[in-house]
Design a protein around this ligand. Sequence first.
Ligand code: 13P
Length: 251
Amino acid sequence: MNKRRPLIAGNWKMNGLAADGAALAKAVADKARAGAPPCELLVCPPFTLIDRAIAAVKGSPVAVGGQDCHAAVSGAHTGDVAAEMLKDLGCAYVIVGHSERRADHGETDAVVKAKAEAALRAGLVAIVCVGETEAERDAGRTEAVVARQVKGSLPAGATPANLVVAYEPVWAIGTGRTPTPADAQAVHARIRAELKDLIGEAADAVRLLYGGSVKPSNAKELMAQADIDGALVGGAALKAEDFWGIVQAYA
Ligand code: 13P
């Protein structure tokens, strides 16, 4: 029996204007209000839509999170947002170390670790992202890369209550390609083994999400794997119907 409560999280990335964001959050919340969802639900809008999303999901089981945060509490960091600011708005989670942040903003494991620690300091759950590139996979280095990222990015003080790890192979993001469920499971098992080295038996209760081209048609098979405890969904999270179709993997 898997005692971890699954989490389906939508990462909206840099998409949506005010009206779209409010409507999407409301549509997800309405579905969640209509029947007890079989898993935990989270939407992560861009910063500009967080306030509206929080208003739209009020009274529903849908949580809201940020897509990134700065490591500092406040200060001269133009354009950045502190974990405390997200918490103040009503966020419960923040994604850190997404491969798009690692690639577009040169975020290293050390930077990601500092951001994850900021999340914990603020009382948010950190969703720490890891994943190999296609070249790393082709070179047979997938597990070594992912293990290094987990070790380097894990915040001090991580527990099953404040940490989620998302495995997102870079080559599977937005491409329609996914690893086979067995291949994804093997990487998740390696991540859990790595976590065990770092935080001991508590690793058994940490949720590990799979991300990369998850859609209603492939979610069930991926989510059925022993060490996959949910999904971090990009493109398919932008349509309430598709997002809800993925949630049905746990119905
Ligand atoms: P897609 O679901 O669009 O492949 O994106 C995955 C992702 O990067 C979620 O964080």
